[in-house]
Structure formats: structure tokens, C-alpha cells
Design a binder for this molecule. Sequence first.
Ligand code: SF4
Ligand code: SF4
Ligand code: FES
Length: 365
Amino acid sequence: MINDPTSTIAAQLAITIDGQQTTFTEGETIYQVSKRLQKDIPTLCYDDRLDAFGGCRLCVVEVEGIRNPVASCTTKANDGMVVKTAPPHIEKMRKTLLEMVASENRQIDVDPLRGLASQELATLVNKYGARGGRFAGAKSGTSNLQDANPFILRDYEQCISCYRCVRVCAEQEGDYAISIANRGFETQITTEFNNDLRDSDCTFCGQCIQTCPTGALADKKAIRAEALPEPIKKTRTVCPYCAVGCSIDLMTKGDKIVGAQPAMDGPANKGALCIKGQFTYDFIQHEDRLKKPLIKQADGTFKEVEWDEALKAAAAGFAKAKAKYGRHSIFGIASGRAPHEAAYSMQKFIRAGFGTHHIDNCSRA
Ligand code: SF4
Ligand code: SF4
Ligand code: FES
């Protein structure tokens, strides 16, 4: 018997969003399909790297046949669904939600150096004209400013309980260093036994900082540069520390590196970094950094010399070793703190200069 080939082709699923019909794949949410159509649905608890959570309710939309608005980030698209993303009553609801959040937070406008997503709340509050003050009463979140860790500011009076920090720590970093204690106005982001971060399982990867939409979690090192008058400039580069190749944006003010942020579209890291890529850039401008070459003297002390003299001394040392012990006696190790061009030059120097493959880089460790 010959099968009808058309019977094996799955029927296309279709949804209508703001009058526009489109197809979707089973399992996609209304938010994902709407985003593909470039609908501007506001979100605060959403991070597309994480499981949808449905906490902030800003992404609600109207679905024909369903009495109450539904959260588009957690509601799956269904065949034949008819959705309106921004009718007036939904926009009004969004504004009220933002006013509630804005009334509770001590500060809406925070410096962008706090973190990558830190401007999300302020941007939405401005868009909806939802500045604080409409609602008064209890406030949630107790800041943990005495946590003396050198990297993360824990300013929970800015917290809106979106739990992006807790979820990124669990789902992306696999660490579960932070969690949620209590409910309602008593809700608090905390560590095990409410210890400081240094005494928790935190690896200081910084992902919680970078996903926080209010600046409640902030990059302590970067915000030291808040007062510098120059504009922030971001330069896309690749972290040199190890062989993974995470994309980062180095942030500068004038000629000073003031911070690093992960690239959400970095093919190797998708917004993730480790403690080194995230926080350890200040050796570049450190006051102890050697700016002149030194030559070790017979008595063990170091003498500062000009580059010409240092290069001649190094060349003589290499030539002597090669003449005495052969080319394979030379072994080079390049530094993960050097730029990529220097690492390339180093391997060329060892391979072409001495004729040996004895070259490595600490980034392979
Ligand atoms: S600290 Fe930031 S990311 Fe974490 S729950 Fe509060 S607002 Fe959300
Ligand atoms: S820095 Fe990383 S490990 Fe530490 S709490 Fe934040 S996400 Fe978790
Ligand atoms: S983004 Fe959907 S509920 Fe927050």
C-alpha cells in the first residue's frame, strides 16, 4: 500500500497577534512569538536565558476567550489563538504595576555602571510615566551594605523580587548560592544561614549583578568610577584569561578601564563570565605594575634599565642557553593577562626564533 506523503506533514500552527497572523512551533510562548513579530511587550522578571517565571505580570496580554489577562512569558501559544498585546486596559494595568514598584524603591535612576540590565526599570518607568509616590506604606527588602565582599553591592531596598538573580545563580551558574526567604513584604534575597556572600557558595561570577533590572545588585568595583565625568565607552573584546573565549565588553571612561560586562550574544558564553573575566582587570592600571624592564644583578638585586639594554641582555641569555643545551632547552609560557596579539607574537618568537614547539600559555590551565 502506498502512503499519502502529505499525511505525514504536520499541519502548521497559527496564531493572530495584533491582527497579524503568523505560524509558531509547538512549545513557544506568546511572548516568544510576539518578540519575533517585534512587538514591544514590557518585562521585568524575564531573561531569555532562564526558565520563564511569571512574577512581575508586566508582560500580560489579552487573549480572546480568556476573561483575565495572561502572562505572555509563561503562556504557550495555541493554534487559532487571537492575542492583543497592548490594548488600553492592559497598558493601564502595566502602568499601575510600575507605579507600585516605583513607589517602593528608594531610587529608580541608577548609574549604568551598576550592571548590564540595571537600566530596565528606569527605562520602563519613564516610558509609562510611572514615577514613584502614588502608593505609600510598607516597603520590602533590607539592604546588606555591610557585606564586605569586594565585588557585589547588595542594595535590596532597590529589589523588586523578580528573582532573576536567584534563578541565574541556579540555572546558569549551577551554584544555588542565593535564595529567597519569607514572603510578601518580608521577602528577602539571602544566602544560606543569611551569611555574607564570602561565607556562601558564591563563586563571584557576577551573573546576578548583570541580570538585575534595578541595580539592587551592583558591581562594587565599577561604581567607584561613577563620579568620573567622561562618558562610558564599551569595547567588545574576548577575555584572555582562559581558552573558552568569552566575549566581554570592556567599559572605559577616558583612558581608564572601569569595568567589564559579559556579552549576551557571545557565542561561547551567552552572558556568563567567571570571577576573572568579570572582575580582574585592574592589574592593567595597578600602581605596582612594572613600567620599566629590570635586570637581575650578581648580588640578587634588580636594576631598572632601558628597553634596548634589557632586550640585548635577554637575547644574549637565550643565545647562550641554545648554544650550550640546544634549541629544545628553550621553553616559553605566555601570560593570560597579555593581549592576544602578544600571545601570537610569543609563539612566533619561540617557534620561528628558536625552532622549537616548546610554547604554552597559562590560559590552557
Ligand atoms: S536583587 Fe535584583 S535580580 Fe534579585 S530579585 Fe531583587 S531586583 Fe530581582
Ligand atoms: S556572583 Fe554568581 S555565584 Fe555568586 S550569587 Fe551571583 S550568580 Fe550566584
Ligand atoms: S516578564 Fe512575564 S511575568 Fe514578568
